[in-house]
Design a protein around this ligand. Structure first.
Ligand code: SAH
Length: 261
């Protein structure tokens, strides 16, 4: 502990992984168990939060903006916590550096002179690939994977997310399931083939994981099958071999081909 009375603690920015508690890294589990205070997002599994046995636990949920805490307030609370506690944990779903507003927290902590350590977690895109049982890169088929979101913040400029998806061999689209139909429409209008295979994976790595596969032009209808869990879109020819019959034929009606099989 510092002797100046402030800025004595360290903040650990930790990825909780996609959901399954045993996909947490051993390093993350060790630091969480030692935490004095823990700030966690809505998507973090309660079983992982419960590993922080000695910590004061503070939800700063970010789902659907309900119960959400303003980012500037979170930044300030992290700085305050580091001035009072030795081990501060900021726990985010997946990996903290992917679509998780980590830079704002890193900048605020750096400005306050607070030491930070980042602990990687498994990001949803990779858990979705595992759920689908398919390699996101494939020799001769896909030599790149794009992680992208169409979501932009309130005061941000519009994002040209579609150009990245058009250029990608495999695209993984975060925070897009709620606007699946308009995503598909945009991509087809911009030139993607209507029969490009697409998958929706909901609750990847969790017991209620669901995988749905269709052609791109059926993505909107496919999204109607989703429940209320987090869902991610995977798009690309790497998916074409999936399905229960011919490796070349995807069902042209929406369907969970695994459940049908
Ligand atoms: N930092 C996180 C992403 C946060 S953005 C990460 O690295 O995974 C939140 C989005 O991630 C959700 O809208 C959804 O698209 C995706 N997501 C998170 N967990 C998921 C899961 N278990 N299954 C499917 N998608 C998930």
């Amino acid at each position: 502990m510092g002797t100046s009375g402030n800025v004595s603690g360290k903040v650990f920015l930790i990825g909780a992984g996609p959901g399954a508690p045993d996909l947490l890294t051993i390093r993350a589990a060790r630091i969480i168990a030692a935490a004095d205070i823990l700030f966690y997002d809505a998507l973090v599994n309660p079983e992982i939060v419960a590993l922080a046995t000695r910590a004061e636990k503070v939800p700063v949920g970010k789902r659907h903006a309900r119960y959400s805490t303003a980012q500037t307030f979170i930044n300030k609370r992290l700085v305050d916590a580091a001035q009072r506690h030795a081990t501060v944990v900021r726990l985010k779903g997946g990996d903290p550096l992917m679509f998780a507003r980590a830079q704002e927290e890193l900048d605020a902590l750096a400005a306050a002179g607070i030491e930070v350590e980042i602990v990687s977690g498994i990001t949803a895109a990779l858990a979705a690939g595992a759920a689908l049982g398919v390699s996101l890169t494939q020799r001769g088929v896909s030599r790149n994977v794009t992680f992208v979101t169409p979501r932009v913040g309130k005061d941000e400029a519009v994002s040209d997310w579609a150009t990245s998806v058009l250029a990608a061999d495999t695209a993984v689209i975060y925070m897009g399931a709620g606007e699946a139909q308009s995503i598909a429409d945009t991509l087809i209008r911009r030139g993607l083939p209507a029969d490009r295979p697409v998958a929706l994976v909901e609750n990847a790595s969790l017991p209620d994981e669901a995988r749905h596969l269709a052609r791109l032009d059926k993505l909107g209808a496919l999204a109607n099958r989703l429940g209320s869990g987090p869902a991610i879109i995977v798009l690309g020819e790497v998916l074409r071999g999936l399905g229960n019959t011919s490796a070349q034929t995807l069902p042209d009606v929406p369907g969970d081909v695994w459940r049908q099989a």
